[in-house]
Design a protein around this ligand. Structure first.
Ligand SMILES: [Zn+2]
Length: 169
């Protein structure tokens, strides 16, 4: 649903995620330097491992690293959360980032000040995308507070050579 809603918001064709796939990682898939305490997820850019033989597969691609322990802790902390709604919120937010990087010339390596501006914009877009879709309004309001317990945030990572990830990925 996050994929479909994001494509609709940006008026993009339905096959974008197939032609420009991203990879979803959980914490067990990534090395320790990608573990984050205060976030639900982050966007990374990486090059698939050298064992890939097809040229297409060697292109840099984006990934979403889910900080799943933080997501589960948030579910335990509040009876107002449910996994479906929280994940819809987190994934929509991260997919908006990816579309902004791939389609709207947003600089993945921008300055800290520009990243903060981009975060605010992405949050506003996410709010707009999810408005009226499900019971996400209170959740979005909670995590737009600057000092929220675990507001979703994107961490910009330099390109890796693939060494950060399990060989299977
Ligand atoms: Zn973000």
């Amino acid at each position: 649903m996050a994929e479909t809603l994001t494509l609709g918001f940006f008026h993009l064709p339905a096959d974008v995620w197939r032609s420009e796939p991203y990879t979803l990682f959980t914490r067990r898939n990534v090395s320790k330097n990608l573990l984050e305490q205060g976030t639900f997820a982050q966007v990374i850019r990486y090059a698939p491992g050298q064992d890939r033989t097809e040229k297409r597969d060697r292109r840099e691609r984006y990934g979403v690293v889910l900080q799943d322990p933080n997501i589960l802790m948030a579910l335990l902390r509040s009876c107002g959360h449910d996994l479906w709604t929280l994940m819809l919120f987190v994934l929509t937010h991260e997919l908006v980032h990816i579309v902004r990087f791939t389609r709207q010339n947003v600089d993945f390596f921008a300055s800290v000040a520009d990243r903060d501006k981009e975060e605010k914009l992405v949050h506003r877009m996410t709010r707009e995308i999810l408005a009226g879709v499900s019971n996400t309004d209170s959740l979005i309001t909670l995590y737009e507070k600057p000092y929220g317990l675990a507001r979703p945030n994107s961490l910009y990572q330099p390109i890796s050579t693939g060494g950060f990830f399990d060989a299977h990925l």
